[in-house]
Unconditional design. Sequence first.
Length: 202
Amino acid sequence: MDLGAELRAELVKAVATVIDRHADELTSLDQAIGDGDHGINMKRGFEAVLADVANLSAKPWPDFLKGVGTMLVMKVGGASGPLYGTLFMALGKDLPAEPGRADLVRAFRGAVTAVQARGKSERGQKTMLDVLIPTAEALEAGTADAAAVARAAHAAADATIPVKALRGRASFLGDRSIGHMDPGARSSALMIEAIASVLEKA
Ligand code: ADP
Ligand code: MG
């Protein structure tokens, strides 16, 4: 695997592109059960990461990921900014400079656990964790090809539709949150698909 600066830049571009393409959709999902800013928040965050891609991708993996996480905390805002920021910063703290697949799988699980601690949340509460936790499990189970990882993540996001929200703004709606996909679950699935497909080609 070539895990160099070019790959880091490609990952940033892939995630920024998918978030940009789906920003309106993420906003609509958040209009249904939140305050309608998730697409705008995420787009602002990843545009900022993309604007700094040359600088960020030149750094080794740990510093690159910490840099991305810090930028997301600063630029995304809302509940999702600190949570996605935690995810990337925790990955950066855990990964060695030259990570292999086993390092990625272990660090991803650790980062998801850090998000749970930060959000005081668990699986089944209709949040991004409903995608992040099953993805960690799929990776630990040895799911290797990008399409399978993406399918699992999207199925997990779909599975948030019938769930009642117990965390975040959507929880204020109680039963009225049922019947809508969680916006953070959707953005997680989109990012996971983009990242898996870039890493598979590396
Ligand atoms: P805000 O809710 O502050 O407007 P966003 O709209 O950007 O922030 O993000 C909303 C998403 O954040 C939700 O769809 C959910 O996935 C996620 N989220 C909110 N609170 C939590 C939490 N405590 N734990 C995990 N994820 C959360
Ligand atoms: Mg919102």
